[in-house]
Structures are given as C-alpha cells and as structure tokens.
Design a protein around this ligand. Structure first.
Ligand code: GDP
Ligand code: ZN
Length: 364
C-alpha cells in the first residue's frame, strides 16, 4: 500500500533497491516536488506535500550538482509535526539528470531536472524549424540518460502538405526518435502523447521560447496553471523568478515544469552527440580512417554521401558546430567533476542504449 502510492510518483524497483540499501533504517523515501534554495517541498507516502530541508552534514558535504533538485528521490527523517520541516539525510543516485552549464570563467553546472524518463523536445510549426537547435536539444537529452520525443506544436498553422514536409525534414534530423505533431490551442494530436503520460512515468519539456511549452503544460494539466511569477525576496522585488516544479496529472503521468529555462550550455558526458547523429555515425563506419573527422580527408564516406546528394551538408556542419562547443565546454570543466560524470553516464547510458531508441517501456 505504502509502496504503491510511492510508485505512482515514480519510485519503482530501482529506487526501492537503492533505498533499501541505505544504512539508516528510520528514514522514509520522498520525492522532491520543488526546490527553493535551501527549502524543499517533497511528497511522501504519508503526505502529498510537506516542507523539508537538508541535514547539516549534506549541506556541508554535497557538491552543488549533487544537491537535491526537482525530481530527486531522497530519504528523510520526518518529525511527525507537519509544521516542522523533514530532514533530508540522503539523495538517491539519479537515473537521469539534465545538466545545464552556465558559461563563465569556471563553468557552473546546475542539474535542471532529475529522474526524467522522457523529454518532449518541443518545436513549433512557424518559428522553430531550426534543425541545428533541435540537434542541440536532442544531444542534451540523450546525454541526460533520458529518451527524447520531438513534439511539433502549432500544427493548426500548417496545411496538410506543409505538415508532411516538416515531418519528413524532422525525421532526417532526429533519426530513430518518435515525432508527435500536436496543437496545444486546438487539442489536436495530444492523444499521441498519452503513452508517455502514464502513472509513475516522468516527463519534462525543453525547447526554445515561444514554441508553446507552457501552453502544452496547461493542456496536459487540463487547467490554467500559468507559470507562477514569484517575487524573489532577496532581490528587493526587482527580479521575477519562476519555479521548477513536479506535478501529477489526472492520468497519473508526472510532469516537471521548468519555466524560464530558455537555453542551456551543452555538456556531453555520455555520448549524446553519437545518439543525435546516429545516421552520421553509421555512415562513418565506411570512412577510410577510423578517426576520420569528415573534414575533407581522403575516403570520407560522409563527404561522398554529400557529393552524391544523399546527405544535407548542413547536417555534417551541425555535428562540427556542436563538437566545437562541447570541446570548449570540456576545457572549462572541473576535472574531478568531469571524471565522476563520465563514470555515471557510462553506466546509465550503456544499459539504455543496449535497447532501442524508442522508449523501452513502451515496447512491453
Ligand atoms: P513557451 O515560451 O514555449 O512556454 O510558449 P508559450 O506557451 O508561452 O506560447 C507562445 C505563444 O504561442 C503564445 O502566444 C501561445 O498562445 C502560442 N501558441 C501555443 N500553442 C499554440 C498552438 O498550438 N497553436 C498556435 N497557433 N499558437 C500557439
Ligand atoms: Zn569521414
């Protein structure tokens, strides 16, 4: 009984296992619904929403990217009194994490959302037919360990011919990725998303500003849930911030809303680029040199495909552009953090990629 309620929030066998191996027996599992700096809101088997805060030990020992964030599973000590914050003693290892890099002299890495199963990479009919941008989002999602689905919003602005053309173009950019056309305004095509909105399954949305992410979330929630504009106390009311939050839908599906997450610097710790450009990786197996960079080397199969008119050169250029961006980001990383990330991603992504690229749970 207790477990089935948690399973509705995505607990499941793998987190149950991680939880059961914790040293302290008197804790309870909880999932982070939102984080407001040092204060968290969590859901537990006993309470749909209660306040929590980090133990002193965690506050002082956890590096910033391991601090609990929206979507994380944690182990808490509950004082019983709901007015008292529960104390977080452990953060369970994440199954997936979308990391955002804020560029600077020393890059800051922030985990935007933890334990998302499927990311909707939202694009829109009229504004965002930008292949390079979609490649960028796909790389970040594959790298997180989650599975992407491309959602083409605003199809009400298309006629049938235009839509067919757009979907064909997207299939080239996102090989092996499910593509779902919808209209948040008209409700068209939303049943194509139902398979991802089932109990215990966590989704989140990424995509450029204006493509209709908030409108889609509102549709999914079935009510107006405008991104809450909050006044940041620390900033004399000058700054309006938005809050990242985990919601349960009436279908049982779980949505992490990340309003205001317009863009993020890329990191590639787990081979997200290889997944995004799986078509090029396949072609490259026929390049003469194993380490061919596809920059005019003799016997390059990618150049040959371009010369034969079988491959859009913009696709190769997209790969080169992201490679440069990732190499630059890598040079600014903290080396210890980078090592730790690689080890984690390798383990996760190996198991994910051993299966097909279609959401594995949908195939049962
Ligand atoms: P976000 O920045 O990605 O969260 O995008 P919003 O949800 O704020 O939507 C941006 C604009 O696109 C708004 O003016 C919406 O009304 C409009 N929009 C959203 N979905 C649709 C749709 O399905 N069709 C059309 N025509 N407009 C839409
Ligand atoms: Zn080559």
């Amino acid at each position: 009984m207790e477990l089935s309620l948690l399973d509705l929030w995505g607990f499941g066998p793998s987190f149950a296992l991680a939880y059961s191996s914790l040293p302290q027996p008197d804790l309870a599992p909880a999932r982070v619904l939102s984080d407001l700096g040092s204060r968290l809101e969590v859901v537990t088997a006993a309470s749909p929403a209660r306040g929590a805060q980090l133990s002193g030990r965690l506050r002082h020992t956890l590096p910033s990217h391991q601090l609990p964030t929206v979507g994380d599973w944690v182990a808490i000590a509950d004082p019983g009194d709901p007015a008292e914050p529960a104390i977080v003693h452990h953060v369970l290892p994440r199954r997936t994490q979308l990391v955002r890099r804020a560029a600077g002299r020393r890059d800051v890495e922030q985990v935007v959302a933890a334990n998302v199963d499927t990311f909707f990479v939202v694009t829109s009919a009229n504004r965002d037919a930008n292949a390079r941008r979609i490649e960028r989002y796909l790389t970040a999602v594959w790298d997180s360990g989650a599975v992407p689905v491309v959602v083409v919003n605003k199809i009400d602005l298309y006629d049938a011919g235009e839509l067919a053309g757009e979907l064909a173009a997207l299939a080239q950019i996102a090989p092996g990725v499910a593509i779902v056309p919808v209209s948040a305004h008209h409700g068209a095509g939303l049943d194509g998303l139902d398979a991802y909105l089932r109990p215990g399954h966590t989704i989140a949305l990424v995509g450029s500003s204006g493509v209709g992410k908030s409108s889609l979330v509102n549709c999914l929630l079935g009510r107006e849930q405008q991104a809450v504009q909050r006044i940041d106390d620390n900033d004399r009311g000058r700054h309006a911030t938005t809050r990242r939050q985990l919601f349960a839908l009436s279908t049982g599906g779980l949505v992490i809303d990340t309003p205001g997450m317009r863009s993020f610097g890329l990191l590639d710790t787990g081979g997200g680029l290889d997944e995004t450009f799986a078509d090029l990786a396949e072609l490259a197996t026929a390049c003469r040199f194993r380490d061919c960079q596809h920059r005019g080397e003799p016997g390059c199969a990618i150049d040959a495909a371009i010369d034969a008119g079988e491959l859009d050169p913009a696709r190769r250029d997209g790969l080169h552009k992201l490679e440069r961006e990732l190499a630059a980001a890598d040079r600014r990383r903290d080396p210890a953090l980078a090592r730790e990330e690689r080890a984690r991603s390798k383990a996760i992504n190996k198991s994910l990629r051993a299966r097909t690229k279609v959401d594995p749970k949908l195939q049962r």
